[in-house]
Design a protein around this ligand. Structure first.
Ligand code: SAH
Length: 236
């Protein structure tokens, strides 16, 4: 990713350097314009939701923080004395992580990592999103197989977007002929910097578990958040 196509990294850089940021805007064909509050990308361990704190407590051995952003999780893990490596495709986020003291950090696409084994792979803040689309899940699990030590675990969070389709009577209107209802497309903008559109997957636990089992893994919910969100543990 080039810095002039890196809205989130620019927002993270600004906030790190000045303590302030403009609006990090989110566009999607499925929603009204939204925004990501930039300070939340710098949350401390105490400010993290219980789901994320649980994931950090469980992480052990050689840990990979995928899509690490400002490095909030990696820095917390380092403070706990754990061994973590952060990766992100955003050059300005990677630069900021280095400046903030993340010891091992690389500008790298998760899908390009080769020849490394981790005991814990962390994908947090709708971390399953990186898969993009449901039909990419088999490739995703094959890649995880190459990166996860035999008794390693993937800790990943997501939300079930079915609440978006809930009717007033409590029933759900989901058209089974459409694409899976959690497949979203986003585009971010910060100041005049517009990123490319990208697909982002939100997946309900049952669907995730079904794909995990089909691809040689087990999946368990280890924490449920308060809004259709959950943390899953995936292991061989
Ligand atoms: N985990 C951080 C940031 C979440 S935002 C937090 O919880 O605050 C998602 C991050 O994933 C962004 O920083 C984005 O640049 C990064 N990302 C997206 N696709 C990626 C990929 N294929 N490989 C590595 N990082 C990726």
């Amino acid at each position: 990713m080039k810095a002039d196509k890196d809205p989130m990294g620019t927002a993270i850089r600004d906030y790190y350097l000045t303590g302030k940021a403009s609006r990090l805007r989110v566009f999607s064909p499925d929603f009204d314009e939204d925004e990501i509050p930039v300070p939340t990308l710098f949350r401390s361990f105490q400010e993290m939701p219980p789901l994320e704190r649980k994931a950090l407590k469980l992480a052990k051995g050689r840990i990979l923080d995928v899509g690490a952003g400002s490095g909030c999780h990696s820095l917390s893990l380092q403070e706990m004395g754990k061994d973590v490596e952060a990766i992100d495709i955003s050059p300005l986020s990677v630069l900021t992580m280095k400046d903030r003291g993340v010891k091992k950090v690389k500008e790298l696409d998760f899908f390009q990592i080769k020849g490394e084994l981790f005991d814990t792979i962390l994908m947090l803040m709708n971390g399953a999103g990186i898969v993009g689309k449901i039909d990419k899940l088999p490739d995703f699990f094959n890649h995880i197989k190459t990166l996860l030590a035999n008794d390693g675990v993937l800790l990943v969070d997501s939300s079930d977007l079915r609440y978006l389709f809930e009717e007033e009577d409590g029933s759900f209107m989901i058209n089974l002929n459409d694409n899976y209802y959690g497949e979203m497309e986003f585009q971010l903008q910060y100041r005049n910097i517009k990123g490319d559109k990208f697909p982002w997957l939100y997946i309900d636990f049952n669907t995730l578990q079904m794909y995990a089992e089909d691809n040689g893994f087990h999946a368990e919910i280890i924490h449920e958040g308060d809004h259709y969100d959950y943390l899953a543990k995936i292991y061989r």
